[in-house]
Design a protein around this ligand. Structure first.
Ligand code: GLU
Length: 376
């Protein structure tokens, strides 16, 4: 049975990768600020809806080269690195400003290939990003172009974004680019080219469809996007390629704009559970009765009726520890009510939630998809 195309609202932690050609107007030699502001609006909206948002932003080299008036020809490594040094400062400041207008804090993270491949560095980069997300900051990530030598370069931010997405246990990577997705032939040359909205598995046929086409500024043609899709989907992260040639590009995806989805064969629930168990700091404790402990072991959701005590101050969607009547940890999960409401409905049948709270929330206090069994 073909799998469904997901909706952006299904995801909790999203990496948005922005290509150089979208950010930098190479004729005017400056950033496309209006477009960037519209993207920041979209990011802010999703951030307000309790999603963790991360940005992988290219554009340092393109911007530096424009500022330095280096022309458009091929550049030597040290020229690109120098250009990146100039461009990255402006890029970081701009992201900090556009996100700051919405009350979001940006944190710059510059990484090299080694940082995502060597275990110790990987763990370090991962915990820095996790901490930024706990603070509700938006990590703005790029390759550390000025120190990366040829041998340790990513070379393109599509693959970097895919690594970052799996490293951060994101459940979705959005690649915004100057193409709106994958076609079975290069659409510029072939008017009959057929659009592919959904890729469930990256087969050799899919790889063949990815021509080498790319715009002048970005190094990433469709081939690097397919490479990125492989890394992301193998790591339990869905990926979508969508056009960044429109204002409000994320809202456009929500509204049904054409895009290509690559689905991870890994069960996204499993990937999310990894995230719940490993990354999130529990904000409170739910103590549950023996009947609820048994129900949880049978794969059921935690209902308010089984909760005997609520401790801590947490908001809806926060991680909580779930303890049995004797205090041992049984599970961790994302709670569907804030602490105050959870305390009001504890011990009550779900059918009474509406009359107690004045609104009909979820039947489960912690849904089974948001639960990870096993304590420490
Ligand atoms: N890291 C490069 C930059 O910021 C971009 C690489 C790419 O275009 O994928 O300029």
């Amino acid at each position: 049975m073909p799998r469904q195309i997901p909706a952006l609202s299904d995801f909790r932690r999203i990496v948005v990768k922005v290509g150089s050609s979208l950010l930098v107007d190479n004729i005017a030699g400056r950033l496309n600020l209006d477009w960037l502001a519209s993207l920041a609006d979209d990011i802010a909206q999703m951030h307000r809806e309790h999603r963790d948002m991360l940005v992988v932003s290219s554009g340092a080299i393109a911007l530096g080269r424009a500022v330095l008036k280096l022309g458009s020809g091929a550049m030597k490594l040290e020229d690109s690195q120098g250009a990146a040094a100039v461009g990255q400062i402006a890029l970081a400041r701009t992201w900090s400003e556009v996100l700051g207008k919405h009350g979001m804090t940006a944190g710059q993270v510059l990484v090299t290939l080694q940082d995502t491949e060597e275990r110790r560095r990987y763990l370090n980069a991962r915990s820095t990003i996790a901490r930024l997300l706990e603070w509700r900051a938006v990590p703005v990530i790029n390759e550390n172009d000025t120190v990366a030598t040829n041998e340790i370069r990513y070379g393109d931010n599509d693959r970097l974004a895919a690594r970052v997405a799996t490293m951060a246990s994101a459940d979705l990577l959005v690649l915004l680019s100057d193409v709106d997705g994958l076609y079975d032939a290069p659409p510029a040359e072939n008017k009959e080219a057929k659009f592919i909205p959904l890729v469930e598995r990256i087969t050799p046929a899919i790889e063949r469809m990815a021509g080498a086409a790319g715009s002048q500024l970005s190094r990433g043609g469709m081939q690097t996007k397919i490479e990125a899709a492989k890394i992301a989907t193998q790591g339990g992260t869905h990926m979508v390629i969508a056009s960044g040639r429109v204002a409000h590009p994320l809202a456009a995806i929500v509204a049904g704009a054409r895009c290509t989805w690559f689905l991870t064969p890994a069960n996204p629930v499993t990937a999310r559970k990894k995230w719940i168990a490993g990354t999130l700091e529990p904000k409170g404790i739910l103590t549950i009765d023996a009947g609820a402990v048994a129900a949880l072991h049978n794969g059921k959701s935690l209902l308010p009726a089984g909760v005997i005590r609520v401790d801590g101050s947490f908001a809806r969607g926060d991680a909580v520890l779930i303890r049995g009547p004797d205090g041992t940890e049984v599970a961790r999960g994302l709670v569907a009510y804030d602490a105050e409401d959870a305390a009001k409905i504890r011990g009550c049948p779900s059918a009474e939630i509406l009359s107690i709270l004045g609104f009909g929330g979820r039947a489960a206090m912690v849904h089974r998809d948001d639960l990870v069994m096993g304590g420490s």
